[in-house]
Design a protein around this ligand. Structure first.
Ligand code: CU
Length: 641
């Protein structure tokens, strides 16, 4: 079938890892419409590039073939399908029924559900009973369920449950006032209200409490403080180059990918070292994000978000703006996602690339030769996502000394609810008048397909150990470093350990450095915390990944989603616990690391009405990858007096 809207995109122009273009997305949707009748009552949950396998990358580059994978479903009967579409021939090459699988939530459903609910007589009446009559100031915000929490009478449906929010005026904060105790339960396929949970407490909860929930300058009722301008200029331009989506900077080289689910994906990361491009990682991205709310009250017990698997970081990506989101000389890349009909949607300035000054990189002051100091700079590749009330700002940073850092900043509006005077819940912090923000946790799972000097790698647990006092260690000072190879997947389940300062080294077993030891990178955890969930809890059952700081698996192309491919309405985790149950060998092979980090968010008054960024990160640091400080050749900066 020929594309009717315009000439097909020349396939050879795209690198096999370049994200799908708007035209390719249109072609996929048109092909499915024509060849499988995917139209009318169907929705498309995702259209994604099929990335060539590592060993097929070279041949894919040569022959230019590309294909897309689609998850779609018929809302009439709820049946889901996986399709493959060959983008050159525009034919459906695979069509697989997925019985019992519930595709991810779509942005269209979120909007259509809000429209539908705000017209429901039951909701209008329930709000009127609380004194709310202007429905234009009401927002409903639908969340996904875990299957264990679905009432039996609604089993099998594409179910959602919703909060109801009320704002003071047309453009004031929609999340300022939680209409506590009011939760529509909806069937998203039929797009109908099934029931309205209403637990209004007529004595204690009469009316919404007065709160200050605003953040717009004209609504905060206080003058803005003064700050002088701060500008970053690079009069001679930037020191990175972008050739298509191939980025080169200060010996680093990588490709920039993007998809609907993971958002930014970094491919084929390498370091140019004395004429050799040395591989470090094949692919790095966020594979899941799990946010359990730790509040058992009726308003919050269902609230566990899977922001990657249920909603998609790519779909939630928002545009960045020069001078506001990022300062200096910026290069932006747009991203293309799609709606649930398969129409492409372009997100302008979705990915930001720029250099940042990073203070002092190294320094020494010598009596004779004077001061030698080098300023460090870093290359930052970032994207921002808005998941309804909350923002995640994601930064991958590359440094001149070979370090990589991944930082996530959480900001936006916290979920709150109200409580009757004198009945403050224990599982949150009071942040305003009769209003509290429940405790919750943000677990992020980074999928790190590392290839340190190639695919033949072993992961070692690195621990510091204090030697006992002995004749050779009379003062109890001796400290040694122990390295334990992780041989199978059960070894690969690792936990943060403060006592031993545990970290993990991913070492090449095929090459040696100039010192005769194994070139390696070390994963240095910086944002680890325990799950603190009973193993029987539905949230833990759906996300066993959060039970460990690190999981290591042998590379398998189909193993991408640590909580399973379909976390929407899931009962149990179909990902890492299932794969690793085989206890496969992970030594001396192509390994994938799954690092769990994030924020243990004990909410505080200062996080309201809009939360100052909270940060979490991890580092990947070269450890014998280089024979000496790789930033020795960074030139001094001209000084000024
Ligand atoms: Cu939080």
């Amino acid at each position: 079938m020929a594309s009717t809207h315009q000439q097909p995109v020349p396939q050879a122009a795209a690198h096999p890892l370049d994200p799908l273009t708007a035209d390719e997305i249109r072609d996929v949707a048109a092909t499915l419409r024509a060849q499988r009748g995917v139209s009318g009552g169907w929705r498309i949950a995702s259209i994604e590039l099929v990335e060539p396998a590592k060993d097929e990358l070279a041949s894919a580059l040569a022959d230019g073939t590309r294909s897309a994978e689609v998850i779609c479903w018929n809302t009439a009967d709820g049946q889901a399908f996986r399709a493959r579409v060959d983008l050159g021939r525009l034919v459906v090459t695979r069509w697989e029924h997925l019985p019992g699988r519930q595709p991810a939530m779509t942005v269209d459903e979120w909007h259509e559900c809000d429209e539908m609910l705000r017209q429901q007589r039951a909701l209008i009446d329930a709000l009127a009973a609380r004194g709310i009559t202007d429905m234009s100031l009401v927002l409903t915000d639908v969340w996904a369920y875990g299957e264990a929490l679905v009432p039996p009478r609604h089993a099998g449906r594409r179910l959602g449950w919703s909060d109801v929010w009320y704002r003071d005026s047309a453009d004031s904060n929609p999340y300022a006032h939680h209409v506590t105790g009011l939760h529509p339960v909806v069937d998203l396929n039929r797009m109908e209200l099934l029931e309205l949970e209403d637990s209004r407490d007529p004595e204690g909860n009469a009316g919404l409490p007065e709160v200050m929930g605003e953040y717009l300058p004209r609504l905060i009722g206080m003058p803005l403080r003064e700050v002088s301008p701060l500008q970053i200029s690079q009069p001679e331009g930037v020191s990175f180059t972008l050739d298509g989506r191939l980025l080169r900077w200060q010996n680093w080289q990588l490709r920039i990918g993007f998809n609907h689910r993971e958002g930014l994906v970094l491919h084929t990361i390498g370091f140019q070292d004395g004429g050799r491009l040395r591989p470090i990682a094949h692919r790095m991205s966020f594979a899941e994000m799990i946010v359990p709310y730790r509040d058992a009250t009726p308003d919050h017990f269902r609230r566990t978000a899977f922001d990657v698997g249920e909603w998609g970081l790519g779909f939630m990506t928002t545009s960045q703006e020069r001078g506001c989101d990022c300062l200096g000389e910026i290069r932006y890349l747009d991203a293309v996602v799609h709606d649930s009909r398969g129409e492409p949607r372009v997100i302008r300035n979705a990915i930001c690339i720029h250099e940042e000054d990073d203070g002092v990189g190294w320094k020494h002051v010598d009596e004779r030769s004077g001061t030698e100091v080098r300023r460090a700079r870093r290359l930052v590749i970032s994207f921002h996502v808005t998941v309804a009330n909350y923002e995640y700002l994601i930064y991958w940073r590359f440094y001149q000394d070979g370090n990589m850092e991944c930082e996530v900043r959480a900001t936006g509006i916290m979920v709150t609810s109200c409580f009757p005077a004198g009945r403050q819940p224990a599982t949150g912090t009071v942040i305003d008048n009769r209003t509290y923000a429940p405790f919750h946790q943000h677990f992020i799972v980074a999928r790190l397909d590392l290839d340190i000097d190639g695919q033949q790698n072993t992961v070692f647990a690195c621990e510091s150990e204090v030697l006992p006092v002995s004749a050779a260690n009379q003062h109890g000072l001796a400290l040694v470093a122990r390295e334990t190879p992780l041989r199978t997947e059960s070894d690969g389940r690792q936990d943060y350990d403060w006592d031993s300062q545990r970290s993990w080294k991913i070492a090449s077993t095929a090459t040696v450095n100039g010192l005769g030891t194994r070139p390696a990178y070390k994963l240095v955890p910086g944002g680890s915390f325990p799950a603190m969930l009973d193993p029987s809890s539905p949230a833990f059952q759906r996300a066993e990944v959060i039970g460990h700081t690190l999981w290591v698996t042998p590379f398998a192309p189909e193993e991408r989603w640590p909580c399973g491919e379909f976390p929407n309405l899931s009962l149990v985790d179909h990902g890492l616990p299932v794969w690793t149950a085989r206890d496969r060998p992970i030594e001396d092979c192509d390994v994938v690391l799954w690092h769990v980090f994030g924020l243990h968010h004990i909410t505080r008054p200062e996080d309201w009405p809009v939360m100052p960024v909270d940060r979490t990160s991890f580092w990947l640091k070269p450890w014998g990858f280089f024979d000496r400080n790789p930033a020795l050749d960074v030139p001094p900066s001209p000084g000024h007096s």
